[in-house]
Design a protein around this ligand. Structure first.
Ligand code: 0L1
Ligand code: MG
Length: 263
């Protein structure tokens, strides 16, 4: 049940999207709206998405966030969150992205899924996700909370599109058949130095489980994942801050790599 009026939801969406577009930080919105709930927060997120669609941007998929046990425990929650991805968030592999586009960017190593079939819930499973997947790619998510010093609660971060900002995918597309995405090893390098290592199972036991949970969460509002959707399944490593001059690379065993430079 939402607690905020339509006007309040639209006002908060404008507030958070302005912070994103003009690169300024804000305090968490629950300071002013302590009673707001997850439904209000996803309603704010949806209005941000609609504002972007109205300006001609395209919805290309979703991202899952807070998908590791460690991050969920840190936030005191037992379920992940999702955000949407627009085509304007995509950064070409091996290209340079200006840090002036962000407030305080951090990079995470992830596995991206691209679907060949629609997925709808409830009742979506790992097997259904794997059979609907066209291919997977290593990816780098660049998160950029609009909240000062990344200080927020779960409700505030959902409204802020789960800190979505930009992402890069590798240029090699790999079919899932023959890959064990739970045990696949992933390395995050910054400036050629290995700074984080992990395995796919860091993401809710298996990255495809994260996609299944997304589909089941979307079903609660009558939405599904159309064929062609791109989904970032969640961080395999910790999120690390980056600055101008840094180069981040994610390598995933048998899947190639994704690289981005910050200028
Ligand atoms: O992609 C993520 O796991 C981040 C979700 C939002 C929380 C954060 O900004 O750290
Ligand atoms: Mg992420």
């Amino acid at each position: 049940m939402t607690t905020l009026s339509k006007e309040q939801i639209e006002g908060l969406a404008e507030h958070l999207e302005s912070a994103q577009l003009q690169c300024f930080d804000v305090t968490k919105i629950t300071d002013e709206h302590p009673a707001m709930d997850f439904e209000d927060a996803y309603a704010v997120q949806k209005v941000i998405q609609q504002r972007k669609l109205e300006r001609g941007d395209q919805l290309i998929g979703y991202k899952m966030g807070l998908t590791s046990r460690a991050k969920m425990e840190q936030m005191g929650v037992d379920s992940p969150v999702y955000g949407f991805l627009m085509s304007s968030f995509e950064v070409q592999e091996s290209s340079a992205v200006p840090v002036s586009r962000f407030i305080h960017p951090r990079v995470e190593a992830e596995i991206a899924f691209v679907l060949k079939d629609e997925l709808s819930g409830p009742g979506c499973t790992v097997a259904k996700v794997l059979s609907a997947t066209d291919f997977v790619m290593p990816s780098i998510e660049i998160i950029d909370s609009r909240y000062r010093d990344f200080k927020f609660d779960l409700t505030s971060v959902i409204a802020d599109n789960a800190s979505s900002s930009a992402f890069v995918t590798g240029s090699t597309v790999v079919p899932v058949a023959g890959l064990d995405l739970g045990t696949v090893g992933v390395v995050l390098e910054i400036n050629g130095e290995v700074v984080e290592v992990g395995a796919g199972a860091a993401v809710l036991g298996h990255p495809a489980n994260s996609i299944a949970q997304l589909v089941n969460m979307l079903a609660e509002t009558g939405e599904s994942l159309p064929a062609g959707s791109l989904v970032l399944s969640g961080a395999i490593t910790a999120a690390l801050p980056v600055k101008a001059g840094d180069c981040a690379t994610v390598r995933a065993h048998g899947m190639g790599s994704a690289t981005v430079r910050f200028v």
